[in-house]
Design a protein around this ligand. Sequence first.
Ligand code: SF4
Length: 243
Amino acid sequence: MGKNKELTIQQQLQSLNQSAKQIKDLQELFSLVEDHQLGNMCFSTSLGQEDQVLTDFIFKNNLPIDVFTLDTGRLFQESYDVLSSTQKKYQKTIQTFFPNDKEVEELVAKQGINGFYETVQNRKDCCTVRKINPLKRALQPYDIWVTGLRSEQSVNRSGFQIFTYDTQFEIIKFNPLLQWSYEEVLDYIESHNVPQNSLHKQGYISIGCAPCTRAITADEDPRAGRWWWETSHKECGLHKTNN
Ligand code: SF4
């Protein structure tokens, strides 16, 4: 994208952020996006609690938003179970994107099947092959990417805005739950009878790939259970901190 077009989008998003600043209501936020006609929307779900809230809202309101998920090949069985029960409940499609088979074969040949534990670079390479590259492919046809990010989730995410331009994927990112608290997410799940991953009841909060996620204790940061053996920023590169 040219610098001028990016600048125009940034200006538009700045004004949208002003309008959205005090809004928590999902209906109002999605209407705001619709009114501005920013383009076609997709929603990437990791099947976590925040994303299940958005899936419920999108499906129940029949919003014109394509929903997809990434299957890295290393997910928990419980994540597949919630994917299956969600599709059955809403009778809607959640498209699944997989990593490129050749890239996975090369990665495993190079670093071994669990090579991500050995170095940060190995872990980043694994996330690139299994998550980032499929995500790039999935986002390609769209103008707006809806996410379930909340600013409370980690220090990294506290500076995020409801609307941002993601320079890595060259797409507008829309974070409608940014201002929600964890309690509000849980209340929504309870009151709307939203399916959720059974691991949440076993101390797992942020759930990613099975070998890279552990349960956390009450006093830990919600993302402390991700790549717990590293001292890095607990992000896989999908949501860069400058967005
Ligand atoms: S979270 Fe772990 S297994 Fe999953 S893609 Fe990243 S490094 Fe690989």
